[in-house]
Design a protein around this ligand. Structure first.
Ligand code: FPP
Length: 252
């Protein structure tokens, strides 16, 4: 069997370095069981923990998950408070174990409007794991891609970055995901085929994978399929394949 190609640093190119996930389908998963939507989110959180372990085992270095979007405040109060409560439950139930496993946790999103308790839980998770050498888990919470671009511009301006000095690289350093390379693989579960204001800046050259699988059912076999799809893609970053004749039309 042919050995998969390696990157300059010796990594297996067929394995994405950074996976970003829109974890959709919790509500429908719960509804099919005649349970409230929050029940689906609860199972969704168990899935997140399993997927963290699975990604770490595969050598994926960064995992970024969309746990609460800036638009999710529009959901019924009961669901919003259920999701906020899940943060507290999740941190108290899993933080010690994830920290011991070397996972580094980062949270991105507007933390100014979440409750003090939720803010403290996220701060604790970040503080306890900040020097960990393993997979970096970034939880997008009260996050929106447009918010991210605006907050990056505001911080660059506040830092005195001059218009002429504002390049793509310069602005990237102010984006909420500045601690990670751009996602290689963007997965959305739950059958919808849209980005929903997630990582608008960072997915410029990500490979997209959409599946009907509802998030609570997403497991290692589903991840195998997503990674196989990724491995089958030819990433050109706007260039042309090395062997292509020079007069062939290029595509992004
Ligand atoms: C979208 O499914 C899912 C969410 C808005 C919440 C995702 C949250 C989790 C998976 C829990 C993890 C939590 C933390 C704190 C890490 P949906 O409710 O829109 O599903 P539907 O499309 O079936 O209604």
């Amino acid at each position: 069997m042919a050995t998969p190609p390696k990157t300059a640093s010796g990594r297996d190119q067929a394995v994405p370095r950074h996976v970003a996930i829109v974890m959709d389908g919790n509500g429908r998963w719960a509804k099919r069981r005649f349970m409230p939507r929050v029940f689906g989110h609860k199972y969704g959180m168990e899935t997140v923990v399993r997927v963290i372990d699975d990604c770490a085992r595969r050598g994926i270095e960064y995992l970024t998950v969309y746990a609460f979007s800036s638009e999710n405040w529009k959901r019924p109060d009961e669901e919003v408070s259920g999701l906020m409560n899940l943060v507290l439950v999740g941190v108290s139930k899993y933080l010690t174990r994830l920290a011991k496993d070397g996972i580094r946790i980062k949270v991105m999103g507007d933390r100014t409007v979440v409750s003090e308790k939720v803010r403290q839980a996220w701060n604790e998770a970040e503080e306890l794991t900040k020097n960990n050498p393993g997979l970096t888990l970034t939880v997008a919470f009260n996050y929106g891609g447009r918010w991210d671009i605006v907050q990056a511009c505001k911080r660059a301006l506040a830092d005195g970055v001059a218009p002429d000095a504002l390049s793509e690289d310069a602005l990237s350093r102010y984006m909420a995901l500045a601690h990670a390379p751009d996602p290689d693989l963007f997965i959305r579960t739950g059958g919808e085929v849209r980005v929903s204001n997630f990582l608008l800046w960072q997915v410029a050259y990500s490979e997209f994978y959409f599946t009907d699988c509802l998030w609570p059912d997403f497991d290692a076999a589903e991840m195998d399929k997503a990674i196989a799809a990724f491995a089958s893609r030819e990433r050109r970053f706007g260039g042309v394949p090395a062997a292509a004749p020079s007069n062939e039309a290029s595509s992004a």
